[in-house]
Design a protein around this ligand. Structure first.
Ligand code: TGC
Ligand code: FAD
Length: 387
């Protein structure tokens, strides 16, 4: 028997191993995250280090990478893990995405043997936390215009500038920082205790409150020559890291939507008005049916992209199709679910408005919806409409 929301029987099309990984991740989140996440969200505090160690023990950090203690899981297995993580909270999925798909991936793909040896094992266990600094206060969607500068001084590099909206920055041990040099954009592995580096937490977020976000100031930060990622030349390098993280979001967003819909189905079948369950009204059923259809379409899309990734055939603009559709639809589902819960929909006792608020960030980060529309538009027309 498949779950009622699995209208298309997708579950049996997963392998036994994929289902097992998903179920183990779901259990960890049921035990360690779900009972507390509403409080973390309300307080704007999350025990990120503790969680990272627990996720590390389960092999979730850099899960799709190989070597250095990483699990070497398939893209579909990693996606299923992201779906479960974001069903708990988008901020918890972000912790894992930024660590594994951005910071670790950048070092794993573009780093020297020494950089990999030094950082990857401890990042895989969650002992060391990483962050990824691309966005700046004045340059978000257009990282090619970044102002952070790295200049040579003898054999050293000196970095000056600032990064904004950086997930995990205030708690990170290491940052992958992207900066402009005379030769173009380059990446640097920057220990956060390097003199000249400061990180300040961004408070008063109304979204992703169970995630730590910060600003990084780089004030004449002197780094040895070997801090540079040797294989990263040009903007293509950070953009390729984004493709990794965006892929996880394709799956994660449907996790948040699924959690909203499961909550709402249970609520609508038990709450009565006018002498019958909310779920018995045709208008409610129309909403539930439309949302369930969008959910399975999103899951199908994620699975299709995952199978392409495992066949090494996934292209960045295909990831944009998934990120654009699944985040947009997940947010629509969260908002619609909220209406069915009535006043309870605005309460933190239910996860729905938390997911809706989180998805506002997810819609913006890793490329806004408009940026993904333009990426797809460029693929369709052959014309770039960015600038
Ligand atoms: P453009 O000329 O199009 O591209 C420059 C070079 O990069 C290549 N490329 C990619 N390669 C791999 N993956 C991708 N996704 C790629 N996109 C482009 C491209 O082929 C080209 O290569 P080459 O060999 O010709 O040099 O660059 P552009 O300056 O026109 O910019 C294109 C645009 C707008 C799509 C890009 O700048 C963009 O994606 N902007 C959005 C910025 C963004 O998404 N930032 C995210 C920051 S990290 C974050 O938000 C983390 S949130 C926390 C979490 O993940 O949970
Ligand atoms: P802008 O680029 O100023 O865009 C504002 C609006 O203008 C958007 O609607 C956008 O779509 C639109 N727009 C921009 N250009 C165009 C165009 N050419 N055509 C049409 N519309 C356009 N960044 C990191 O580097 N690392 C992180 O870890 C990270 N974590 C984040 C965590 C959170 C909670 C948030 C909210 C953001 C995070 N970001 C991170 C930053 C994120 O990637 C940026 O916010 C995002 O790329 C958008 O940039 P911006 O906010 O500067 O918006």
């Amino acid at each position: 028997m498949t779950a009622p929301l699995d209208l298309l029987d997708l579950d049996p099309s997963l392998t036994e191993e994929e289902r097992q990984i998903r179920d183990v991740v779901r259990q960890l989140l049921d035990d360690r995250v779900r009972p507390h996440v509403a409080d973390w969200y309300e307080d704007g505090r999350v025990p990120a280090r503790e969680l990272a160690r627990e996720f590390g023990k389960l092999g979730l950090l850099g899960m799709h990478l190989t070597g250095y203690g990483c699990a070497g899981a398939s893209a579909v297995a990693y996606g299923l893990a992201c779906q479960e993580l974001e069903a708990a909270d988008s901020g918890v999925r972000s912790l894992v995405s930024v660590q594994g798909s951005l910071a670790m991936f950048a070092i794993w793909r573009y780093g020297s043997a020494e950089q990999k040896q030094h950082w990857l094992q401890s990042m895989a266990t969650g002992e060391a936390i990483g962050c990824f600094g691309l966005t700046e206060p004045d340059h978000g969607s257009d990282p090619a215009s970044m102002a952070t500068r790295a200049r040579r001084d003898g054999d050293d590099w000196v970095l000056t500038g600032g990064k904004m909206w950086i997930t995990n920055a205030p708690i990170a041990d290491v940052a992958v920082i992207w900066a402009r040099t005379d030769e173009g954009v380059r990446g640097f592995v920057v220990p956060m205790d390097t003199p000249g580096v400061t990180a300040r937490e961004i408070r008063r977020k109304m979204s992703l409150r169970a995630s730590v976000t910060g600003e990084i100031v780089l004030d004449g930060v002197r780094l040895p020559a070997d801090a540079q990622l040797p294989e990263a030349t040009g903007l293509k390098a950070p953009l390729s890291c984004l493709t990794e993280a965006r892929y996880g979001i394709v799956w994660g967003a449907v996790g948040a939507a699924r959690d909203c819909l499961e909550t709402t189905l249970a609520y609508a079948t038990t709450r009565t008005q006018f002498g019958r369950p909310l779920a018995g009204f045709q208008l409610t059923q129309a909403k539930l049916a439309d949302m369930a259809v969008e959910l399975v379409k999103g899951q199908l899309l994620a699975l299709h992209l995952g199978r392409l990734a495992d066949a090494h055939r996934l292209r960045p603009e295909q990831v944009s199709v998934g990120k654009l559709n699944n985040v947009r639809e997940a947010l629509a589902i969260a908002r619609q679910c909220r209406t069915i819960l009535g006043a309870n929909g605005v309460s933190g006792e239910y996860p729905v408005m938390r997911h809706a608020n989180n998805l506002e960030s997810v819609l913006t980060y890793e490329g806004t919806s408009e940026i993904h529309q333009l990426i797809v538009g460029q693929r369709l027309t052959g014309l770039s409409a960015f600038a």
